[in-house]
Design a protein around this ligand. Structure first.
Ligand SMILES: Cc1ncc(COP(=O)(O)O)c(C=O)c1O
Length: 395
């Protein structure tokens, strides 16, 4: 019996594929150092765990709750959004979801009809195009330039616009490059969106993880009625809570109305225990985030310097998230039998037990993504192995 044609259209998560391969090698006893993880290496804060234990013991939380999320959490999200992101919403503008990932799919399902196009600047986070396709839309990619630090320009957007364009996906600080758009650069893009009356899905998961200068302003600051703007955010990265699966979608009444219907049919509420853990995270502020940032920044500077000192490897200037995007094109041009960044990363994993994510996964071959959310010791050892691998290639 046939299954859906979606089977030929969508790919599984490329970043998860690397994690699975690393896990397999580890289970064979290989000393794998993983640079693939898209999550902080710290445990969740104690007060988060305590709140969850308390929540689990309360029978009230053993029952279904509203599909859009607990009202108390939605109110706290509205408050922290005003305090941190600088725009005003109320709890009716929020749906709590199973991680930011679910909110991204809900956003596409809420906006797109068949034939609608979504502009996605590459390199992009691997989920965007697949989620667009699941929602029946068509991803349209823009290849941004390394010489422009992989930032999309209005000129490129103008060229890729068609009568079917409905939306732009926007992510700053960026996964996979760690690049952060300046206020002026972001404003130019937002102005183009508003002028063309398109939607912008702004993925703000990494908004607090910026090490130099300011984070980009949210488009919602310039669109207080959320006429064109949908925001995705969550606790995963800023509070080291990836496993709790709490994110949220922010939108106007129509978007939230349809989003709620979709979520009520898809998953009902997010686990009450996780929602109350997320409440504790938000109520306790950003001290924990700032502590992680000290470690991330130290590793960012160390890794950038170490990689840039390896012959013919260089790192894209990055000031946010916890990723570096490394140009490895010199080593995948067919010399030494390595024909792509995918083959290069496979070779590193199989021979040196270091796991990176190849640029193909993000729509930009010739590069690889490195996450520096791992211990200083592993970072140092893993990069020494990279250096040794390149020395051997150059021999
Ligand atoms: C850019 C970006 N957006 C959204 C997410 C989803 O995060 P979560 O579903 O864990 O909240 C991730 C996770 O890797 C991400 O990197």
């Amino acid at each position: 019996m046939d299954i859906s044609k979606l089977d030929q259209k969508i790919k599984p998560s490329g970043t998860m594929a690397i994690s699975n391969k690393s896990r397999e090698l580890k289970s064979q006893g290989k000393p794998v150092i993983g640079f693939g993880a898209g999550e902080p290496d710290f445990p969740s804060p104690d007060y988060v765990v305590d709140a969850a234990i308390k929540a689990a013991a309360d029978p009230k939380n053993h029952k279904y709750s509203p599909a859009a999320g607990l009202e108390s959490l939605r109110q706290i999200i509205a408050k922290t959004t005003k305090d941190y992101s600088g725009f005003e919403i109320n709890s009716d503008n929020v749906i709590v979801s199973n991680g930011g990932k679910q909110s991204i799919l809900t956003a596409f399902l809420s906006i797109l009809d068949p034939g609608d196009e979504v502009i996605i600047p590459a390199p992009y986070w691997t989920t965007y195009p697949e989620a667009v396709k699941i929602a029946g839309g068509t991803p349209v990619f823009i290849e941004t330039e390394k010489s422009n630090n992989f930032k999309v320009t209005v000129e490129q957007l103008e060229k890729s616009k068609s009568k079917n364009t409905k939306m732009l996906v926007w992510c700053s600080p960026s996964n996979p490059t760690g690049v952060v758009y300046s206020k002026e650069e972001a404003e130019e893009i937002y102005e183009w969106i508003f002028k063309n009356d398109l939607w912008i899905l702004s993925d703000e998961l990494y908004e607090h993880l910026v090490y130099e200068g300011e984070t980009s302003p949210s488009p919602a600051v310039y669109d207080p009625e959320l006429k064109n703007t949908i925001i995705v955010n969550g606790v995963s990265k800023s509070y080291s809570m990836t496993g709790w699966r709490v994110g949220w979608l922010i939108g106007n009444k129509s978007v939230i109305g349809l989003g709620k219907k979709i979520q009520s049919q898809a998953t009902s509420n997010v686990s009450n225990v996780s929602q109350l853990a997320a409440e504790a995270a938000l109520l306790n502020g950003l001290d924990v985030t700032n502590e992680m940032k000290i470690a991330f920044n130290r590793r960012r500077l160390f890794a950038t310097e170490k990689i840039n000192s390896i012959p013919n490897l260089n790192v894209v200037d990055s000031t946010g998230a916890f990723y570096l995007f490394v140009d490895v094109s010199h080593y995948c041009s067919g010399k030494n039998g390595l024909n792509s960044s995918e083959e290069f990363c496979d070779w590193l994993l199989e021979n040196y037990f270091i796991a990176f994510v190849p640029g193909e996964v993000f729509g930009t071959p010739g590069f690889m993504r490195l996450s520096y959310a791992l211990s200083d010791e592993d970072l140092d050892n893993g990069l020494s192995r990279l250096s040794e691998a390149i020395d051997n290639l150059n021999e």
